[in-house]
Design a protein around this ligand. Sequence first.
Ligand SMILES: C[S@@+](CC[C@H](N)C(=O)[O-])C[C@H]1O[C@@H](n2cnc3c(N)ncnc32)[C@H](O)[C@@H]1O
Length: 314
Amino acid sequence: MNRLVPTEMLPETLWNSLESVLILPPQLVSSWKFLLEKNGLLEKAKERAPEGFEGGMSKEDTDNHLAWRFTGSSARVMLPILDPKDELDNIPDVFIRIFSGNKVFLADLPCGSGAASLSILTVLYELRRQNLVPREPLHVVIVGGEISKFAQQYANEALYRVVAELETQAIIVEFEFIDWNVCDKISNTDLIRKLTIKSQDCATRLLLLSNFSGFLEREKKWKDAQPQLDELFRHSRDDNSIALWIEPQKNNVTSGGGFMQRLIKWFRGAFANILSKDETEVDNYAESSADVVHPLNMGKFRVGLAVVRFDLPL
Ligand SMILES: C[S@@+](CC[C@H](N)C(=O)[O-])C[C@H]1O[C@@H](n2cnc3c(N)ncnc32)[C@H](O)[C@@H]1O
């Protein structure tokens, strides 16, 4: 199976194999702590989050998400890159195909405060620093879409904090976080235009959707959002273009008839004419979970992942 680093070679700085715990990359943690301190949220981040809190677009929801959920969102994205328990079949292959070198494109949707982008970049940095992956120059172009202006601003600041350090490992990053309302046709078309222009000369493209089921399912927005998701996926088709959809491993997401099954059914319906028989039969769906060291010395927390991969052929 193709993966960036074999399980037995994962660095102790990201995966403590004796205790089976994930460790968030230091650059990610320092960027997060900087945002917490600057915005008076450090004490809040040490409180216990209310059960079921998922975030939203207001300033208060954005702040609470940054304080309580940013670390979980980040760790959830580390799981498919590192797959420390070897549970994710052909999902880690995505990261070797997309991020091996050259100029690559990442669409981070909805980007929230930038946890997914920051997690990918700082894990790649750490693997390079430890000489576990080749240090070919890697130019990563990121476009994040998000309805909350407050979250867009946090994402900008979070990434800006790590740019110089990433360069020391030959990772050049270019990023832009823009308004996006998945339920609005015009806003979605504007996002797609931006994705198309920015990804024009990139060798590979990753369309990453993470942590959106709360809004789409619980707030019953799937019907309003689906035409825009159709359009987004249609326009993301290209050679070497892959979509990953990452969600928390919750009952309403994973169980039969849950969110992930809905996604797979939708994708196969929308692309029936261009998918090969194999692609409609092979299940590119997997789950994993792990404990994570809390970066504010508050013990460990558990993160669960449900992930589905969609190859987007021309
Ligand atoms: C649970 S957060 C996930 C953010 C990020 N992907 C992460 O994992 O940290 C959900 C995000 O969806 C955004 N959102 C809510 N409604 C939206 C909409 N109609 N269009 C685009 N984004 C929306 C919220 O502002 C929030 O940042």
